[in-house]
Design a protein around this ligand. Structure first.
Ligand code: PBE
Length: 298
């Protein structure tokens, strides 16, 4: 009896070891480990003030990803992690948005969001401080006219990621798109030497747009432009308290809703400058998942 059960135990033990060995081998080879285990239950996020981070926390609640972690960083850190993972064909999940150069550079997909945690498509708005219309009427009139497309923005973004300085990439775009720029500044008089402060966050999309606006204000309307790189909260606060004059980085109505509501009445919303945005969780195409729901089950 004793002998028998010892033998049984031994067999069970060996079988267990074989199963374990077989398991870990086939995991890496055939991708049988859960996606969560493969990425250590981490989603690579960006700067904590981004609306996208708040939406991702909401998504984690909506989809029951309780044991997952959203890693704070920046646009630059997120794209560096993505680049490294893709070079090694490693699994990775990042927070992403359109327009962004990463979709031109890598084969990526948005995870489907059947619960709608990331809201619907929205727009990027131009928002200025109260009183700018009287203090800098030409800048105000141009900012009110400024609007372009995701394809326009992509030209600047792609040049920057390929190594061009943002101001040079923006100057090239302004030179090569004189017809569009002409329409933005048509009949607006120069205001030479006047100073204006543009607030922005170091998101690649906003680095592109803010630099183009700076070029137009300087080249066509004679302003001296300061660009203030800040976090999202201080960007909105700066417009509201008048320490910055304008920004072209307000994602509405959803992504920056908290900031919009907090400072309502203390700024002027000049409406959309770009339509056709999207936000969500983004993975390389080689990842074997298609929906945020898969993070729970696959
Ligand atoms: N973004 C890019 C910003 C707006 C622009 C999507 C990272 C955000 O989440 O607040």
């Amino acid at each position: 009896m004793f002998k028998h059960s010892a033998k049984m135990l031994m067999i069970a033990g060996v079988a267990g070891m074989l199963a374990l060995a077989g398991c870990s081998k086939s995991d890496s080879a055939s991708g049988n480990a859960s996606v969560g285990d493969q990425v250590k239950h981490q989603i690579i996020g960006i700067d904590p003030g981004a609306g996208l981070m708040k939406q991702t926390q909401q998504a984690m609640k909506d989809y029951g990803l309780d044991d997952w972690k959203l890693v704070e960083g920046s646009d630059a850190a997120m794209t560096a992690a993505l680049d490294k993972a893709i070079k090694n064909e490693d699994p990775i999940i990042v927070t992403g948005w359109t327009p962004h150069w990463m979709f031109a550079k890598y084969k990526l997909k948005y995870l489907q969001d059947p619960k709608g945690s990331y809201g619907k498509d929205e727009e990027i708005h131009t928002v200025v401080r109260n009183g700018l219309k009287d203090d800098a009427p030409s800048a105000y009139a141009f900012l009110d006219n400024f609007n372009w497309t995701p394809d326009d923005m992509a030209v600047v973004m792609n040049a920057v990621v390929d190594g061009q300085k943002p101001e040079d990439a923006a100057a090239d775009w302004v030179k090569n798109n004189a017809d569009k720029v002409d329409a933005w500044v048509k009949d607006i008089p120069q205001e030479s030497g006047k100073k204006i402060k543009l607030a922005y966050v170091a998101w690649d999309s906003e680095i592109a747009s803010t630099n183009v606006v700076k070029q137009v204000l300087e080249q066509r309307l004679g302003y001296q432009v300061d660009m203030l790189q800040v976090e999202a909260g201080p960007m909105w606060a700066g417009i509201a308290n008048g320490s910055a004059d304008a920004m072209v980085a307000a994602w509405l109505p959803t992504t920056h809703k908290d900031y919009f509501d907090k400072y309502e009445g203390q700024f002027e919303d000049l409406g959309p400058n770009l339509k056709g945005t999207k936000l969500g969780l983004v993975v390389p195409e080689y990842m074997p998942i298609d929906s945020i729901e898969d993070l729970k089950t696959k």
